[in-house]
Write a protein that binds this ligand. Structure first.
Ligand code: NAD
Length: 390
């Protein structure tokens, strides 16, 4: 089995962090479980220097994990933003790909993978335009391929319990969801500096909880209003919103309308005790559900470091004997894709048995893409309400 990973940045390898990211540790855990003979992971990125750094991280992750995986890296001399196309054209044995490139490139790269009949897992946002998302869905179905979007919050027990309470109707009919989600200013200022102006904080971060509300309620988004502020990033000569606030009106299959407010920023102090501040509240006619997804109950402070409040549920490294292992909902989300693909390649199982029921197929991800596209229009159109077209 050959896996093509397109992108070798923060999410794949932990670039600019002390850790190893989420995608590659998840591949390690996949191999620890399945012990596939001749598993090969091919990594491609744009910058040669980025690939060199990734090589070091990856060989170290393999070493500490105690798991055997063969790897290849491209480009291996100079910068080449088409290296993944060369590999796709050359290597006919690649059956699946994981697309982890900047937000604005998702459509183009996913499209190339589908053209070569490759099952594809893409990180969020699926695409930034509904028309592009629809084209990819048509192509995937025509070619009988699997296409998932890596919305890992669908695997977080905080959200699964909320879905369970919602579906049981114990909290009554929905009135509103409130979401607050933010990250440290080092993300737009340093980590994503090269592409920060081509996305926005709603597309990069807020989209997770747009998908979560869809996942929980199965409702249809009707319209959105969005506003934002450009202040701190502007002082750093970065033309991007510091924060975006929006309200989304949804309608359930029983014709109940409810609201979702979503407040996001990416200029939290770098001294914050966690990378992400994240909270969701559901208010129904018979009760509330509140989930503080930053405070997972752990506080660490030492003479060397300020207070840290890690999230052990996402992609946490744990020592097991002489090796390091990774586990959490981020890992489970990638494992779901890879294990499903392994089943299709080796056992030809029925579609319904291949992936977990909480998977986000391309068709599901079309909904959150429609919301971010309409929100972008609202931002550009004096924060007027925009109809959401799916
Ligand atoms: N960082 C996270 O925690 C996280 C979590 C979930 C999803 N994501 C999503 O993952 C994607 C990448 O994020 P990241 O944090 O890894 O960013 P990053 O900037 O650290 O890495 C981007 C990678 O894409 C590569 N790339 C750029 N253009 C390319 C091209 N034409 N061909 C091949 N590779 C190319 C770069 O070389 C780099 O390796 C984004 O869409 C982001 O929204 C990130």
């Amino acid at each position: 089995m050959k896996i093509l990973v397109i992108g070798t940045g923060m999410y794949v390898t932990g670039r600019n962090t002390e850790g190893y990211g989420t995608i590659f540790p998840s591949i390690i855990e996949f191999q620890r479980i399945h012990k596939i003979k001749n598993l090969e992971v091919i990594f491609t990125a744009k910058n040669f220097s980025n690939v060199s750094k990734a090589k070091k991280k990856i060989s170290n992750a393999i070493k500490i994990s105690g798991v055997k995986i063969k790897t290849k890296f491209y480009p291996n001399s100079k910068n080449d933003n088409k290296s993944y196309i060369t590999i796709l054209n050359k290597d006919k044995n690649i059956k699946c790909a994981i697309v982890v490139v900047p937000d604005h490139l998702h459509y183009e790269v996913i499209n190339r993978c589908l053209d070569k009949n490759i099952h594809t897992l893409a990180v969020k946002p699926f695409t930034t335009k509904v028309d592009d998302a629809k084209k990819l869905i048509i192509k995937k179905n025509k070619r009988n391929l699997f296409g998932l979007v890596e919305f890992h919050k669908r695997f977080d027990k905080h959200n699964l319990l909320l879905k369970d309470k919602y579906e049981s109707k114990k909290l009554g009919d929905p009135l509103y969801f409130n979401v607050e989600y933010s990250q440290k200013k080092m993300i737009p200022e340093k980590v994503f500096k090269s592409w920060v102006e081509k996305t926005n904080i709603l597309q990069y971060l807020g989209i997770h909880y747009i998908d979560i509300v869809y996942f929980i309620t199965n409702a249809k988004p009707l319209r959105v209003i969005a506003m934002g502020q450009k202040k701190w990033l502007k002082t750093k000569k970065i033309n991007a919103y510091d924060s975006i606030q929006c309200m989304i009106e949804w309608k359930t299959k029983d014709n109940i309308k409810f609201n979702q407010t979503l407040v996001v920023n990416w200029i939290d102090p770098n001294n914050n005790s966690s990378m992400s501040y994240q909270k969701i509240k559901f208010c129904g006619t018979k009760g509330n559900y509140e989930s503080d997804q930053k405070k997972r109950g752990i506080r660490i402070v030492s003479d060397e470091r300020n207070l840290e409040e890690p999230n052990p549920d996402f992609c946490q490294m744990f020592r097991a004997g002489d090796s390091q292992t990774w586990s959490g909902y981020g890992v489970n989300s990638v494992l779901n894709f890879l294990s499903g693909i392994k089943k299709t390649l080796f056992k030809k199982e029925h579609y319904s048995k291949i992936f977990a029921p909480n998977s986000a197929h391309f068709e599901d991800a079309l909904v959150s893409t429609a919301v971010i596209e309409a929100a972008e229009k609202s931002l550009k159109n004096k924060s007027k309400w925009q109809k959401i077209k799916i």
